[in-house]
Design a binder for this molecule. Sequence first.
Ligand code: HSE
Length: 313
Amino acid sequence: MKEKDTVHVFAPATSANFICGYDILGVALNEPGDEVRLKRVDKPGVTITKISGDNGLLPLDPDKNTVGACVQMILQHLKRHDIGIEIELYKKMPIGSGLGSSAASTIAGLFAINRLLGEPLTKQELLPFALKGEELACGHGHADNVAPSLLGGITLIRSYHPLEVINLPVPKELCCSIIFPHVEVPTRAARQILRTKVELKNAVTQWGNIAGLVTGLFLEDYDLISRSLQDDLIEPTRSILIPEFDAMRQITKEFGALGFGISGSGPSVVAFTKGLEKAKEITNILQSFLKTKNIESNGYSSSINAHGATELP
Ligand code: HSE
């Protein structure tokens, strides 16, 4: 592929953990997502000229902004000190929501600079840089948002050391409903409250569910997927940060969701469904329910995004 002077890319939102796979499973969504435009300029160095949709929350300093930092990392890695890049970031999803907002920006930046330079690196080779971007954005380099945002589909982090990421099969009708209640739960804080030791009996339950879920994906067995979508390790601690969590779980059960839980580190919640119509129904019901409790929210209904980051015209 030839080098370009400009590039415009999209990187999708993601729902990390897939209920039971803390830090190892994640799914890519079709919407929302972030967009990045890069322009090659004469003056060497990286500048961020525009950020929209962030309510002024994100830094324009390229060393502190995950997009700027990732673009610089790739230029340094490839020893392309001669190049000047201007970055525009269009945030099209809420920040700190549990939708992999920082990961989508990180991936958009990495994917864009790689395309601009004629794809010297494979998607897999971009992943270690994405982990560094996540570390900068939320203090810990987990891969379960960046991997699905980059690669698409459902991803499994088989190992962090060395990093090994596997794409799992996506059952055709698997969809999800995501609700972002307008309360603040930063990833950093949601990780700090977790216990670092687990009871062996809870770990055994969790291993069974993760293995059951992966098997269900391979067999396209929605009942097995449904039985496996349970989190006995993380949810009991984190769910107290999310208003009306138990009531929302009950509603999604009554309306036939396959499973319900926290999306990433929250405060968004996710209900997996068979079919997009069911996801839309649940999104509407949960948003109306939260409204009766005076809680504003954003709602998304999506099938699973098969492609990950893509170039836009
Ligand atoms: N696996 C991470 C967590 C995802 O649950 O903290 C953060 O989006």
